[in-house]
Design a protein around this ligand. Structure first.
Ligand code: SF4
Length: 339
């Protein structure tokens, strides 16, 4: 994971963008909550750009994702870039001005109006292009390797926390309807609908309603957990929301259906997470399981795109493999590593 991730906002119509201020993300910023967080240097252009014809889309952004081993259609539910976290590795520059703190649970998602009709139109347009194969004749998607010319998922993600959107459940319904309409459930393997979340809002009734819609429509939750101790969690997420709430939400969300834990580890000020922190993280995973949570797999990755913060750097190959092995030994859970 050495190259920048695709930026969902590159699919926006520049005419629709707010004027730049100090509180706006940098032009080349993105979020680490995007579906494509891996990149292959051989195909770096492919992984970091979109076909020209998709540049006018506002909410929907197709990307080739090595992590998904295929094409992922992202839906950005955070056009205002609101998030309950302010992760040190986030691509969105959340430093300075009104963005000097993470959004509160109450304020996150406010003023994030979404044109649902437009979003649905954009999703159908991109799906039709993928189903027909037309997308792979277009722009940089032409260089997509043959094994990756498959639709893996629709991912609810973007430039902030997708579950904070008041439209979350409605967007889940649209994604589920499109999946059925285009018979994407009959693909082999069936197309998934992935929710990429920091887990802070999984206990909201509207979020749970959306997740229940997805349970019958190939839904999958990728829940972020980057730390095992309160202190390290606070260092990484820079959120006022306690770790205990994240863990409790993960337990509750992973009881009815197995989930993916997505974990990003990195160097902070030149230091990788300590062995004590890795073991504490592993203990939290075991506690989730003991409390009835079901973890299908852990996705372990490191910083792939240049973070907004200069003291953050990726882990090297050996270090992340050692961490993965330590977690496997401790938890006896499958860990997939994405470099
Ligand atoms: S949880 Fe929020 S702050 Fe953290 S990487 Fe994702 S969008 Fe950025």
């Amino acid at each position: 994971m050495t190259d920048p991730l695709p930026d969902p906002r590159r699919a926006y119509d520049p005419e629709d963008q707010p004027e730049s201020t100090d509180d706006q993300p940098k032009e080349d910023a993105g979020s680490d909550c995007s579906p494509d967080d891996t990149a292959d240097p051989q195909h770096s252009t492919l992984f970091t750009d979109h076909a020209r014809r998709f540049q006018s889309l506002k909410y929907v952004y197709p990307v080739i994702s090595r992590r998904a081993a295929g094409l992922s259609i992202g839906i950005d539910l955070s056009p205002a870039h609101r998030c309950t976290f302010r992760c040190v590795y986030c691509q969105i520059d959340r430093s300075g001005g009104a963005k000097s703190r993470a959004d509160s649970l109450e304020s996150c998602g406010q003023n994030a109006k979404i044109d649902m009709e437009l979003l649905a139109d954009e999703l159908r347009t991109v799906v039709e292009s993928v189903v027909s194969g037309e997308i792979f004749q277009t722009g940089r998607f032409q260089s997509t390797p043959e094994p990756m010319r498959r639709l893996n998922d629709i991912a609810l993600s973007g430039s902030g926390e997708p579950t904070s959107s008041p439209y979350f459940a409605d967007v889940c319904q649209i994604a589920a309807s499109v999946r059925s309409e285009y018979k994407l459930d009959e693909l082999k393997p069936p197309m998934k609908i992935i929710v990429i979340t920091n887990s802070t809002l999984l206990d909201r009734p509207t979020v749970q309603r959306g997740l229940e819609i997805l349970d019958g429509a190939g839904g999958e939750i990728w829940a972020k957990l980057d730390a095992g101790t309160e202190a390290y969690y606070k260092t990484i997420s820079r959120s006022g929301i306690p770790l205990s709430r994240i863990l409790s939400n993960i337990v509750d969300a992973s009881g009815p259906r197995p989930i993916i834990i997505q974990t990003l580890m990195m160097q902070v000020d030149g230091e990788a997470p300590s062995e004590e922190e890795i073991d504490a993280y592993s203990d939290r995973l075991l506690e989730i399981r003991q409390a009835g949570g079901r973890i299908r797999e852990i996705h372990l990755h490191t910083v792939a795109r240049p973070p907004a913060e200069s003291n953050i750097a990726p882990l090297d190959h050996d270090t992340i493999e050692k961490i993965a092995n330590r977690i496997r030994r401790h938890c006896k859970m499958p860990v997939a590593v994405f470099h």
